[in-house]
Design a protein around this ligand. Structure first.
Ligand code: G3P
Length: 218
């Protein structure tokens, strides 16, 4: 399972890269706004800056919701850097655009996916990635991880090449659950990734090893 970081914050991307476990980045308009990135030129520069830090795919989302607009924006984003994957919402015009991007060799990430039916459509259209939002499903008392498992089963059954990118991850256990469910990729903020490091028995065990070593050297 690959690890993407879900942020537009360059310091956090660098920190995850430094840990040596980062395979890519996903962003969305809310995450870009959170970093205060304003204006088309600055947004473009920021995507290029992210691509220069990370060695892997970088999802950049279109704002347009009409077919022509999605195509225009998506082509401009894809032209920025070979690592850019065009993120397209799961709407009628988006599905049409994903099909068109697929036939032009432009890679896509179909976002805002909340059901197996939407995931089937995204794969039929030729999306490179599908992004089911598991945290937002959990928020409305629906099992987000179960959706990941169902999509993985469907894609495996038909040998579909679309990769399942579990998104809207809120905590470390989501990452473990997604791994068990067979997700190809998880994208999450830095904290849930760092949470995987933690176990009190590791800390207690290390403290004892070091104390025993110190005693043996006296
Ligand atoms: O990038 C899409 C997704 O990961 C958003 O997560 O926490 O806003 O539901 P969240």
């Amino acid at each position: 399972m690959r690890f993407f970081i879900d942020t537009a914050n360059l310091d956090q991307i660098r920190e995850a890269m430094d840990l040596g476990i980062l395979d890519g980045v996903t962003t969305n308009p809310s995450l870009m706004a959170k970093e205060g990135i304003r204006g088309e030129e600055n947004i473009r520069k920021h995507y290029v800056a992210i691509c220069e830090i990370v060695d892997g795919d970088v999802s950049a989302e279109v704002i347009a919701t009409d077919y022509e607009g999605i195509i225009r924006e998506g082509e401009a984003l894809a032209a920025l850097h070979p690592q850019v994957v065009v993120k397209v919402p799961m709407i009628r015009e988006g599905v049409k655009a994903i099909r068109a991007f697929h036939s032009k060799g432009i890679r896509t990430n179909c976002t805002l996916v909340f059901s197996p039916g939407q995931a089937i459509l995204a794969a039929k259209a030729g999306a490179t990635y599908v992004s089911p939002f598991i945290g937002r499903l959990d928020d409305v008392s629906t099992d987000g991880v179960e959706l990941i498992a169902r999509i993985v089963d469907i894609y495996r059954y038909y040998d579909l090449p679309t990769q399942v990118l579990a998104a809207s991850i809120r905590h470390s256990m989501h990452i473990v659950d997604c791994a068990e469910a067979g997700a190809d990729v998880v994208t999450c903020p830095l904290d849930p990734i760092l949470g995987l490091l933690k176990h009190p028995l590791t800390d207690i065990g290390l403290e004892k090893f070091l104390a025993d070593h110190r005693k043996s050297q006296q």
